[in-house]
Design a protein around this ligand. Structure first.
Ligand SMILES: [Zn+2]
Length: 104
């Protein structure tokens, strides 16, 4: 199971508004410009520089995905059972022609 979803993670330099401590931190691009607590005094820090930016795939929770599969797949088998063999054959041939570009 794959999802095309990604989010942007940036590495930034932050400076404390109170004690001027500077540190580098990875955070989502959407993190507040001013916010993340200072490592020394817990006061808010300001994003002063973006050092790198990368796109990461969004990790879905495999346990949640597995829960969704409990009881097995439903749609595919149900549809296969409801079609006549001849109709299944027509659909499969249509897919093959579409995929490989054969003329009818
Ligand atoms: Zn500080």
């Amino acid at each position: 199971m794959r999802s095309g979803k990604t989010h942007v993670v940036i590495t930034v330099l932050r400076r404390c508004l109170v004690c001027d401590e500077e540190f580098e931190v990875e955070e989502p691009e959407t993190a507040d410009q001013i916010g993340t607590p200072c490592l020394s005094c817990s006061a808010p820090t300001e994003r002063v520089e973006i050092r790198s930016r990368r796109t990461r795939p969004v990790v879905i929770n495999p346990h949640a995905a597995a829960l969704g599969r409990l009881g097995g797949l439903k749609g595919g088998p149900a549809r296969a059972a409801s079609l006549s063999p001849e109709r299944r054959r027509q659909i499969a041939l249509h897919a093959i022609r579409t995929r490989w570009g054969y003329e009818d």
